[in-house]
Design a protein around this ligand. Structure first.
Ligand code: NAX
Length: 327
């Protein structure tokens, strides 16, 4: 059995974490030989900390063999202390009548503070995964305030979008999800994202020839994946939670597993025409635990190029909105 690693998770009393934490403690993120210390961070509000205590009681009641111990705190300096992985799930939800610019700025403040706290406290080998929305831009802000844990170690989650796209293609083709490969998300975690169906394979054949319906792929498929979050809210009355927690398990596990190719929002460095300083969903190959290279040179047709340009425009405009918050 390995020595325990420290996994900091913010928003720990929220609904995503109510499924996520149990799966981390069960070994699904880091494997069956890796004990974890969960460092659970919430806001300094009595109701939130009380709810967090309840979650911790339930984790205790599972008697997970891999759960070494837990730290419950409302202090980011304690929450991120010596953390090997920092999962930034908590953020402020969009309130009624709130403008997107206000949401970007309110959350930006959270990620300035957390970026600095990670810089000062996390382990030298720390990696960061951002889930809290607007995830790409929050990640960019946090990374800009964190000099020791450098930008390539900061990622934002687009894996839920990849998983959604995989299932939509499988259902349309009448096959199981395992038959669908090479479906990657480009751009922002927002309805502008582009699920690049032109690269996907179904049972080893191009998805475009198996499904053979450009109108569906360019229209309904892209909009169903892009608007899936809103459809879940309309159906459930609450935003995606278990599927988001599942996607973060996939995101971190695949970033820890050399050879995996998967969609991650990373600092674009100009790949596929994205602005070099935005965090854009891109296909990456994990080269060593926590390290990756962007898959370059995938062919994009005019439709794909126009979708990538549109989602890049949105990321650039988010960057402009928060420009004064960047470190
Ligand atoms: P909840 O509102 O249930 O929980 C959020 C929790 O975060 C709350 O308990 C709150 O007290 C806490 N929190 C807020 N600010 C904090 C801070 N500064 N430090 C520590 N904790 C803090 O939201 P939940 O449904 O769990 O969703 C969390 C975030 O994930 C939201 O921003 C949501 O929009 C985002 N999502 C991102 C997805 C993605 O694919 N990237 C998909 C799912 C989800 O929509």
């Amino acid at each position: 059995m390995n020595a325990p690693i420290r996994v900091a998770v913010t928003g720990a009393a929220g609904q995503i974490c109510y499924s996520l934490l149990f799966r981390i403690a069960a070994g699904e993120m880091f494997g069956p030989d890796q004990p974890v210390i969960l460092q659970l961070l919430e806001i300094p509000v009595e109701k939130a900390m009380k709810a967090l205590e309840g979650v911790a009681m339930e984790l205790d009641d599972c008697a997970f063999p891999l759960l070494d111990s837990m730290v419950l705190t409302d202090d980011p300096n304690v929450g991120f202390k010596d953390a090997n992985w920092c999962c930034l799930v908590g953020s402020k939800p969009r309130g009624p009548g709130m403008e997107r610019a206000d949401l970007l700025k309110d959350n930006g403040k959270i990620f300035i503070g957390q970026g600095k706290a990670i810089d000062e406290n996390a382990a030298d080998n720390a990696r960061v995964a951002v889930v809290g929305n607007p995830a790409n831009t929050n990640c960019m802000i946090g990374a800009s305030h964190c000099k020791r844990i450098t930008a390539e170690r900061w990622s934002a989650m687009v894996r839920l979008d990849q998983n959604r796209a995989q299932t939509q293609l499988a259902q349309k083709a009448g096959v199981g999800t395992a038959a669908v490969e090479d479906i990657y998300i480009f751009g922002n975690h927002s309805p502008t994202m582009f699920p690049a169906f032109g690269l996907a394979k179904i049972n080893g054949q191009p998805a475009t020839s198996v499904i053979n319906d450009d109108a569906y792929l360019q229209g309904e498929f892209c909009s169903t994946v892009g608007k899936r979050g809103a459809a879940i809210i309309a159906a459930r009355g609450l935003s995606s939670a278990a599927s988001a927690g599942n996607a973060l398990i996939d995101h971190v596990r695949d970033l820890s597993t050399p050879g995996k190719i998967h969609s991650v929002a990373v600092k674009s460095e100009g790949h596929y025409g994205f602005h070099p300083d935005v965090w854009a969903g891109l296909p990456v190959k994990t080269t060593a635990p926590g390290e990756y290279e962007v898959i370059e040179g995938l062919e994009m047709d005019d439709f794909a190029k126009s979708k990538i340009a549109a989602t890049n425009d949105e990321l650039v405009s988010e960057r402009e909105t928060v420009a004064e918050m960047l470190g």
